[in-house]
Design a protein around this ligand. Structure first.
Ligand code: NAG
Ligand code: NAG
Ligand code: NAG
Ligand code: NAG
Ligand code: NAG
Ligand code: NAG
Ligand code: CA
Length: 495
């Protein structure tokens, strides 16, 4: 009986979906319509169920093994670069256990292609896919570099302690008397591994946490412009590592103004032989988020859920919407409250902004009928007065193009017809408030005063001259009937 009921239920669901698709596809041909319906069905049936799931394989019991993660319809392995106990703990959370990381395919060579590489977790993420990593499928790891875990009973206090002491040890600035810095091993003076001089010796920097923020500061320090690449590599050679945990804001004029953990004989967890390196350039893009446009355009809109089918597929609604869909019969007629706004990014640099992914890896988004060239181009968040997220910020992928340009500048990039994507110098990419997913779902947010945050290129995946004009922190007043956004301040992305 239960089975029959289930079958009837899924027939009803599929019928509703097809009907919804038909309503919103009037201007499409029969063929397009069918392929859309099929696409949605397939996604719902399979992907939703397994997406982000973890399995352990090759170990002596179910709490031990190499880690595989399910994404976009298949299982994939995880590379052991940067893999540590924090990441293992995130994996073991589903068994209420803490994790010890294993590396080097401890439980046998990887049997699937790698989905994840350079995974960096804090330990409190709810799932592995919430940790930072390069991007899905980007890995040059070999079969014998699979990451694994051993899940143990109870909380492992040594993991937690390490995190605490890490925080404490952060020193404000380096003692710069007699310290100096240079690039070594590059093809020319603009690139190389970063070496610093201290107490009579030259040494390298531990590349843990090395990002564009630190690399930008190095290039500024040496008067070489901006960082085109922030590298963790052995290709420029190696010397004794004498500095660890460097944390820069990215707008310092000297690396010695950045915070750090240890100097001298340091602990460095990076792969042996890998050190921090940079490539500097004078020509780089610089996106500038337009705060006045956000203030001017922000407003509320109530929309019925059947209008938001595409948006649901692309995870643009908060979790409660998906729960509603699961638990309510006529969920299509429920409304969601959306905070809509226009986001406009101007390229004020002296080089084009090009997407992180090469063209052949762009994802075709059937619902929106265009290619996405960056996994995360923008994020939006609503925080309460304690800094707690109250509206789930979603990660938006976009197609990048020249929407408006300064007088005399020709538009070059367009998303149409698999066109090249990018933002030219002196042009803006404009996401109008009426575009699908250009919103925060605030259905579950009580009226009140909040902080609203928007950031473009938030993980600094694409190099820019400055990251301190990529994010806006604004005041948001939400009432029963309207929303206003005001007092926006430009700054660095908050992650
Ligand atoms: C994990 O622990 C929590 C609270 O201690 C409990 O509610 C939950 O059922 C446990 N889950 C598993 C899978 O054991
Ligand atoms: C694992 O893969 C490596 C190459 O990546 C290979 O040299 C090695 O023999 C493999 N080991 C096993 C047990 O298959
Ligand atoms: C972990 O806990 C389970 C269930 O409480 C128990 O059966 C098992 O023996 C424990 N394992 C270890 C290594 O303590
Ligand atoms: C905690 O982790 C360390 C290694 O990081 C391990 O040696 C130790 O046995 C673990 N302790 C417990 C109680 O799991
Ligand atoms: C700086 O270097 C000079 C000469 O090498 C040395 O006399 C002096 O003690 C050093 N100062 C510090 C603080 O290390
Ligand atoms: C962009 O605009 C600035 C200021 O209007 C101008 O100086 C610069 O030459 C322009 N660059 C390009 C590539 O159009
Ligand atoms: Ca910028």
């Amino acid at each position: 009986m239960v089975q029959v009921k289930r079958i009837v239920n899924s027939i009803v669901l599929v019928f509703l979906l097809i009907r919804t698709v038909v309503v919103f596809s009037r201007d499409l041909s029969e063929k397009d319509r069918n392929s859309r319906a099929k696409y949605i069905q397939k996604l719902i049936n399979k992907q939703k169920k397994y997406e982000g799931r973890i399995k352990l394989s090759g170990g002596p019991n179910r709490y031990e093994g190499n880690v595989y993660i399910y994404h976009a319809g298949r299982w994939g392995a995880v590379c052991d670069d940067s893999w540590d106990n924090q990441a293992a703990t995130v994996v073991c959370k589903k068994y209420n256990k803490t994790g010890i990381a294993t590396v080097g395919s401890k439980y046998g060579n990887a049997t699937e292609k790698f989905w994840l590489d350079d995974v960096i977790c804090q330990g409190d993420e709810s799932s592995l896919s919430r940790c930072a990593f390069k991007r899905w499928g980007a890995s040059d790891c070999k079969k014998d570099e699979a990451a694994g875990v051993k899940c143990l009973n109870g909380t492992n206090s040594s993991n937690l302690m390490r995190r605490k002491t890490r925080g404490k040890k952060l020193h404000e600035v380096l003692d710069i008397r007699n310290a100096s810095m240079r690039l070594v091993g590059g093809r020319d003076f603009r690139e190389g591994r970063v070496e610093i001089y201290h107490n009579g010796i030259w040494g390298s920097i531990c590349p843990e946490s090395w990002s564009f923020y630190e690399a930008t500061t190095v290039c500024q320090h040496l008067d070489l412009g901006y960082a085109e690449e922030a590298l963790i590599t052995f290709k420029y050679g190696f010397s004794n590592i004498i500095l660890s945990g460097v944390h820069c804001e990215g707008n310092e004029k000297s690396l010695f103004q950045c915070r750090h953990w240890e100097f001298g004989n340091v602990m460095c967890k990076s792969e042996k032989g890998h050190v921090a390196a940079v490539v500097c350039t004078q020509k780089l893009a610089d996106l500038i988020l337009d705060t006045t446009t956000i203030e001017r355009t922000a407003h509320l809109q109530d929309a019925m859920m059947y209008m938001l089918q595409c948006a649901m597929e692309e995870n643009c609604l908060s979790r409660s919407a998906y729960e509603l869909k699961k638990n309510t019969r006529d969920w299509q007629y429920e409304t969601r409250r959306l905070l809509r706004f226009t986001a406009s990014s101007f390229n004020g640099g002296n080089a084009e902004f090009r997407p992180y992914l090469p063209k052949h890896l762009w994802q075709w988004h059937m619902c929106h009928m265009h290619y996405h060239s960056m996994e995360v181009f923008a994020i939006f968040d609503v925080l309460d007065e304690n800094g707690v997220k109250v509206a789930e910020g979603h990660k938006a992928s976009f197609c990048l193009e020249d929407n408006t340009c300064l007088p005399g500048v020709d538009k070059k990039y367009s998303c149409k017809n698999y066109g090249d994507q990018g933002i030219s110098v002196n042009c803006s990419d404009v996401y109008m408030y009426n575009i699908d997913c250009q919103w925060v779902d605030v259905t579950d947010v009580q009226p009140g005063d909040y902080t609203f945050k928007v950031a473009v290129n938030p993980h600094a995946r694409v190099a820019e001259q400055s990251y301190h004009n990529n994010a806006a922190t604004c005041r948001l007043r939400l009432t029963d009937s309207y929303a206003t956004v005001y007092d926006c301040q430009l700054g660095r992305p908050f992650i």
